[in-house]
Design a protein. Structure first.
Length: 364
């Protein structure tokens, strides 16, 4: 009798102490397995007298029942402990930054647009957007480029099929893929209260393809209209922009008279550069490179936007974004921007954490 009580007591003890599922399973085998101690005790019943066998048999059955219950309960508990442990260990902290070499990059165009937006934003411009499929009125006519104006030929326009359902404003010319971001000027001037100060970065399209032209490229348009805005504001704004963008206050800048139908007077802005050891060096040497077009908004454009040119005036500019990115980041071929080559992206792309800002720096 004693040995059964001893067996039960030590089993209770061992089960209570088992602190993992593996230990518990070994214990189960040692007690209830084929060669387990309780199994052995059961087997030994065969050698007992009838009365003894009955009594001991009943006792052993009770002990077996208790041990089985204890094992089951302990198992449920240990499984729960193990699960909690795993849940804790395998918890994913979604706020942790991922590993730098595993994450995607920002395309240099995205980075450059972020930088432009940071600079012009600080000057007081807000960002406007317009459609990439544009009507003739916004892309040409309202910008003082009437039908048959020679400037239309220079734009290598992609014309789309005429849309019967949406008649064009002013004439029934087919819609186009916008050839510049200037139509957003028109949309902003027509829809926003004055004074207006917006930039409009975005995609533009022209039918052209070589080392310096792709059929899709990016521009940023800027417009500032108020009652007394003048050429001095235009120059100050763009000179400050060039210095902030290239992070170099001493880059020489010059304005060269030019012609655009939508501005009068019009100019192009050149920055000074030189070729040193076969590389373009901005701000050094004696060469000039055109980076943007600008001018005072033509009265005809203001009128087309229901704005009285005797009360309001201002400046506009248009900048090619790829060219800026190529110059700042030393990217030699425009076509590679759109070839979706991952090696190129890893080399020229930017980590998403390096958000451009005029306070903590632009393209770090
Ligand atoms: N729209 C011109 C182009 O695509 C760029 C431009 C020049 C925009 C002068 C302007 C501007 O707003 O004033 O070539």
């Amino acid at each position: 009798m004693d040995d059964v009580i001893k067996l039960l007591e030590s089993a209770r003890n061992d089960i209570a102490k088992a602190d993992n599922l593996q230990q518990l399973e070994s214990l189960r085998v040692a007690l209830l397995g084929k060669k387990g101690s309780l199994t052995d005790a059961m087997k030994s019943l065969a050698g007992l007298s009838d009365t003894n066998r009955k009594e001991k048999g009943q006792q052993l059955n009770l002990v077996k029942q208790e041990i089985t219950d204890l094992l089951t309960k302990r198992k449920v508990l240990l499984e729960q402990v193990e699960l909690n442990h795993r849940l804790k260990a395998e918890k994913i902290d979604v706020t942790l930054p991922s590993l730098a070499w595993q994450i995607g990059r920002l395309h240099p165009i995205t980075q450059t647009i972020d930088e432009l937006t940071a600079i012009f934003g600080q000057m007081g411009f807000s960002v406007a957007e317009g459609p990439e499929i544009e009507d003739d009125f916004h892309n040409f006519t309202a910008l003082n480029i009437p039908p048959s104006h020679p400037a239309r030929q220079m734009h290598d326009t992609f014309y789309l099929h005429p849309q019967q359902e949406t008649p064009q404003e002013g004439n029934n010319a087919p819609p186009v893929l916008r050839t510049h971001t200037s139509p957003v000027q028109i949309r902003a001037l027509k829809s926003l209260p004055k004074p207006v100060a917006v930039i409009a970065p975005g995609r533009t399209y022209r039918s052209d393809y070589d080392q310096t032209h792709t059929p899709m490229f990016h521009q940023v348009e800027g417009i500032w209209i108020d009652r007394q805005t003048h050429m001095g504001h235009l120059k100050g704004c763009l000179i400050d922009f060039v210095h902030a963008f290239f992070e170099n206050e001493s880059i020489p800048v010059r304005f060269r008279a030019n012609h655009f139908p939508f501005t009068e007077p019009s100019a192009e802005l050149d920055i000074g550069y030189g070729i040193i050891d076969g590389m373009i060096r901005i701000g050094e040497g004696d060469k000039w490179l055109e980076i943007l077009g600008c001018g005072m908004v033509h009265p005809n454009v203001l009128q087309a936007c229901d704005t009285d040119p005797d009360s309001y005036q201002g400046f506009a500019f248009g900048i090619g974004i790829e060219r800026l990115a190529m110059l700042k980041y030393g990217i030699p071929d425009l076509r590679t921007f759109f070839q979706c080559d991952l090696r190129w992206m890893r080399h020229y792309g930017f980590l998403p954490y390096d958000t451009a800002s005029s306070i903590r720096g632009l393209g770090l």
